[in-house]
Each structure stands twice: as structure tokens, then as C-alpha cells.
Write a protein that binds this ligand. Structure first.
Ligand code: DON
Length: 559
């Protein structure tokens, strides 16, 4: 025995396991977690589970994501060791134009990009379901979409979260005949426990189960979508739907404290901003010798790094198929070192003193899920229809609720969007272009850890994911990543947003003395994360206590 061990390469004897054996899921709704579990237990892999979870969330969280929306999937394929970002972001319709949200005098008309059919981009989720199944999964869509079809037909119960978000959009939903019938109860906010059934959506899902992407982007359903959108005053054409494609893109990878951080590439700003913040913070950490993330100096440095990354986001970032971006420069150590030179250990920078640009705001919905299978495949996916209940319009006969993702474009340089974000030329509206996003599905990895995480939260997504990554690098358990108190700065408006409990009175006073303006906000985000600690094989999953989600770790039974 001893001889065998001597002959084996040392690395092999001590190698961490290559697969977790068990599976883990964290999603924003118990029915979506159950759908993922059902598919894994039927012999599916993490990509099949991602299909089931996406489709079920589309049914049971109509305020967050849906077939009418888009998103980004970060995928890790265990067999090839490859990481891929699947870009299923909405695209602007072919008849969209740069000034479509301005009146004759050039003034923004913010409602047009948030409410109603002009706000809707061409959806990406149905194409993503098809692509995941064809290229990565092993089960047919008829199996993986089945839990969602049942949920649409049999219904789901109205929760507190549903009531809060439907209440926020009640007027808009009441004004649209399609949405009113489905999402309200006789025109009123439904009571807790009221059952929402979506037979048209069940049929649309069935079509996709049988015909794949063509069931949505071609043929009868495409005709209904275009007719419905145009009748309501929108500008979609058949060719917009027929021409929609998901794109596989290389994720953005950065290194921090010996961890590899893999995150979303443009048209998300998430990976670039996270890389830039971590790089800058890393320089400041080395300069300080040692840095406690939650000390006043650690928080001040974090905020200053955020401020600069959001400034650059506003100026440079957009759809990579339309704009040239200095990505290598923005994510380089050299650039971070330059930014760090301008950061004082004692004084806040005023955003107005940085070279000016224009920015986007935070909307309260979108969803994220994280899933890992027993073989070591994993998916982080952030999906959205943007604002709660998107554009508020449900196309008759389809069950498809339109997104209002067009608001993520910059309507005019410097005019903030619904999340207060500003943008410039790189993110102006153009036909076929994808609006810049903050959605940041992310992996954080080392020899000891594989972490999979993400959250909704508009412009704050990036800084929340950053907080999760920092917690991971400190070795904290996954429930701390999702629950830990949050801190955010987005360059403009020039203020720090914090959750109660992060700063004590002395810390707050110290930061204010440095020149920071501080606003305490009630909780934000709904983070879902999975962690596989390779050293001892532990698998963890956690769902943000601020939401209604559910996490599960289990050994899939043999099918
Ligand atoms: O893509 C984006 O950045 C936004 N449409 C996400 C919106 C969002 O997270 C709203 N949720 N709270």
C-alpha cells in the first residue's frame, strides 16, 4: 500500500475531489427550487435544471423575469473545464431610434421607456432555454419545461412579495386588459394566497417544448406577439423576432487575494466593474499592508473604488457588438494603480471632481439563481424584465408579459434612468443593440472553493456581488455572503447607501468626517448562492433572508 502511494504523484493523492457528488440550488422561489430538484432527480444536469428553474421563475415570479425578458447565464462545464457567458439580453427593435424617448424639444419622457409597449426590447429568454437544452443539457425541453407548464396551468399562490410589487405597479396592470385579467383579481390587488393561473403562458411554454426557439420567434405565436405589441402602440416586427440570437461570450476574469473571479462580460457592466473595483481595492490593500473589509478605512477604500468604476461604466460601456470599449485597459492592474494614486486614505473624493459623464437607477425586480450538480457543472443566472412586472403589458393569447429593458439604454447623455444611472454615447439606443446591464452572475474560485452567486437590484447588483465575493475571500459561510449588510456607491448620485447594521455611530461619524454623504436604506437585493468547499467536500446553498426564496442541498436519487 505504501509503495502504491509513493508511486502516485503527490498531487493525485491529495487532490481535492473533482465533483461535489451532491447537488445544490438556491432560487428566489420555492417552486423554482423544487423544479430544479425534480429535473436533477430525473437525471438532468445543472443546465437542464437551469432551464426548469428559468421557466418556473417566469411563471411564479412574473414581476421579476419571464419569457418576455432576458438575462445572462454564466455556465461552467465540468467535462471541458470551460466557462461561458450565455448572453440572452433583449435587443432594441429594428425600428428603435436614438431619440425615441425624447419629445419634440429634446426633453426625456421617462415613462415611455418604463411603461407600455415602447419600453420592450426583443426577448432573449426563450432562445436561451433552447440553447441551454441543445448545447449543454441532456434532457428534452418537454421534460425540463414540464414543471413550469404545470405551475402555469395549476397556478401559484400570491405572497407578500407579490402583493408588494403588484401594489407598486397596480395602476399600470389595471390599465392593460391582458395583465389585469391575469395578475389582478377583478381589477384589484389579489389577497394573500389567491391563486394566479396562466393558461396562455402554459400553452406558449408547450409550444417551446415541442418546437424549440421557433415556437416563439417564428410562426403563429410570433404573429400574435407582433400584432399585440403593434396594436398597443409598439414597434416590433416579425424580422426582429426571427433575427434574435443568443450569443456565447467570454466572461471577464480577474484575480483577487488568490481567488479567481469570473463574471459577466458586456453588454453587462458587471464583470468589468467588479474587476476594476477589486483591482483598485487590491492596490489600496497592499498599500495599507493589511485591510479589514469592514473597518472604516476598508469601507472608504471600497466606496472610492466603486465611485471610479461606475464613472467609467457610464462613459465607456455598451453592447460589444456596437461599441469599441477599452476593456483591457479598464480591467488592468496598471489602470487600477493609476486610480489608486488619486484615492486619499482620509478624504472622500467628490464625484463632481472626477472627469464628468452621464448615468442608470435601481428598480426593484429581476431574479437570480445558482445551481450546481453532482458532477461539478454549475450555472449562475440573472434574469430580468427590468421594473416590477416589466412594461405592464401582457400580449393577448400568449401569456407573455413584456419587459421594459429599453430603459437601460441612455435616453440622452447625462439623464439618469430609473436606477439613477447615467450613460453616454456607448449606451445610446440603436436598432438591434443590447442595452447596458448591471446583471452580474459570478463565480469565485480557488483551490479550496467554488462559489456561484448573483442578485437582482438594478445598479446595486454590482456592489452587492462584490460584497459577496469579499465575504467568500474571507472564508465566510455562504449564508453570510447573501445576508451580510450591504454598502453601495454608484458615482452619481454622490452618496453612500448602506443597510442598517453595517456602520455603528462612530464609524458613520468617521466616514462623514472624511466627506462622505451617507444614506441608510432598508434592505436591498435578493442574493442566491451556492458554495462547494473542496477541501472537506462541503456543499452549501443559501437564499437571501430579504426575499422569499429557498435553498436546497441534496443527493439526487438515481432516475
Ligand atoms: O439589466 C439591468 O441592469 C437591470 N435591468 C436590472 C434590473 C433589476 O435588477 C431590478 N431589480 N431589482
Amino acid at each position: 500500500m505504501a509503495l502504491v502511494l509513493v508511486l502516485l504523484p503527490v498531487g493525485l493523492v491529495q487532490a481535492a475531489p473533482t465533483a461535489p457528488g451532491q447537488a445544490a440550488i438556491a432560487t428566489a422561489h420555492p417552486m423554482a427550487t423544487a423544479a430544479g430538484r425534480e429535473v436533477l432527480e430525473a437525471g438532468g444536469n445543472a443546465f437542464d435544471a437551469a432551464v426548469a428553474i428559468t421557466a418556473t421563475l417566469a411563471v411564479v415570479e412574473p414581476y421579476s423575469s419571464g419569457l418576455g425578458g432576458g438575462g445572462f447565464y454564466l455556465l461552467h462545464d465540468a467535462a471541458s473545464g470551460r466557462d461561458v457567458m450565455l448572453d440572452a439580453r433583449e435587443r432594441a427593435p429594428g425600428q428603435a431610434s436614438r431619440d425615441m424617448y425624447l419629445d419634440d424639444e429634446g426633453n426625456p419622457q421617462p415613462d415611455l421607456s418604463v411603461d407600455g409597449p415602447l419600453a420592450a426590447g426583443i426577448p432573449g429568454i426563450p432562445a436561451a432555454l433552447d440553447h441551454l437544452a441543445e448545447e449543454f443539457g441532456r434532457l428534452p425541453l418537454s421534460t425540463t419545461l414540464d414543471p413550469a407548464i404545470r405551475a402555469a396551468r395549476d397556478g401559484f399562490q400570491v405572497t407578500e412579495m407579490y402583493r408588494r410589487l403588484a401594489g407598486f405597479r397596480e395602476e399600470l396592470l389595471a390599465d392593460d386588459p391582458g395583465s389585469r385579467t391575469i395578475f389582478l383579481d377583478e381589477g384589484k390587488l389579489p389577497a394573500l394566497g389567491h391563486v394566479i393561473r396562466q393558461p396562455d403562458l402554459a400553452e406558449t411554454l408547450e409550444r417551446i417544448a415541442i418546437e424549440g426557439r421557433d415556437g416563439f420567434y417564428q410562426g403563429e405565436l410570433a404573429g400574435r406577439l407582433v400584432d399585440g405589441v403593434r396594436k398597443a402602440g409598439g414597434i416590433w416586427c416579425r424580422s426582429d423576432l426571427a433575427g434574435y440570437r443568443v450569443v456565447e461570450r467570454e466572461p471577464v476574469v480577474s484575480r483577487f487575494r488568490g481567488f479567481e473571479v469570473v463574471s459577466a462580460a458586456p453588454p453587462s457592466s458587471g464583470g468589468v466593474a467588479i474587476a476594476q473595483i477589486l483591482n483598485t481595492y487590491g492596490v489600496l490593500e497592499r498599500r495599507a499592508g493589511e485591510l479589514d473589509d469592514l473597518s472604516v478605512l476598508g469601507l472608504h477604500y471600497r466606496v472610492e473604488a466603486m465611485r471610479r468604476a461606475y464613472r467609467d461604466r457610464a462613459e465607456y460601456l455598451g453592447d460589444p457588438d456596437y461599441v469599441d470599449m477599452p476593456l483591457e485597459r479598464l480591467t488592468s492592474d496598471h489602470y487600477a494603480a493609476g486610480l489608486a494614486v488619486g484615492i486619499s486614505p482620509t478624504d472622500a473624493t467628490r464625484s463632481a471632481s472626477l472627469a464628468p459623464v452621464v448615468t442608470e437607477p435601481e428598480g426593484p425586480h429581476t431574479t437570480h439563481f445558482s445551481v450546481m450538480d453532482g458532477e461539478g457543472n454549475y450555472v449562475a443566472a440573472t434574469l430580468s424584465i427590468n421594473y416590477p412586472f416589466g412594461a405592464g403589458v401582457t400580449v393577448p393569447g400568449t401569456g407573455v408579459l413584456l419587459n421594459d429593458e429599453m430603459d437601460d439604454f441612455s435616453q440622452k447623455p447625462g439623464v439618469p434612468n430609473v436606477y439613477g444611472l447615467v450613460g453616454a454615447e456607448a449606451n445610446a439606443v440603436q436598432p438591434g443593440k443590447r442595452p447596458l446591464s448591471s446583471m452580474s452572475p459570478t463565480f469565485v474560485r480557488s483551490d479550496e472553493l467554488v462559489g456561484v452567486l448573483g442578485t437582482p437590484g438594478g445598479s446595486r447588483i454590482i456592489t452587492m456581488v462584490l460584497g459577496g465575493v469579499l465575504a467568500a475571500t474571507r472564508g465566510e459561510p455562504v449564508d453570510q455572503w447573501v445576508a451580510g449588510p450591504r454598502i453601495h456607491h454608484q458615482y452619481l448620485p454622490d452618496r453612500i447607501e448602506v443597510e442598517p447594521g453595517l456602520l455603528d455611530a462612530d464609524q458613520r461619524a468617521e466616514l462623514e468626517l472624511m466627506g462622505h454623504r451617507i444614506e441608510v436604506n432598508d434592505g436591498f437585493g435578493n442574493m442566491q448562492a451556492v458554495a462547494w468547499w473542496r477541501e472537506d467536500g462541503r456543499l452549501e446553498a443559501a437564499s437571501d433572508p430579504r426575499g422569499e426564496g429557498q435553498a436546497a442541498v441534496f443527493a439526487p436519487k438515481a432516475p
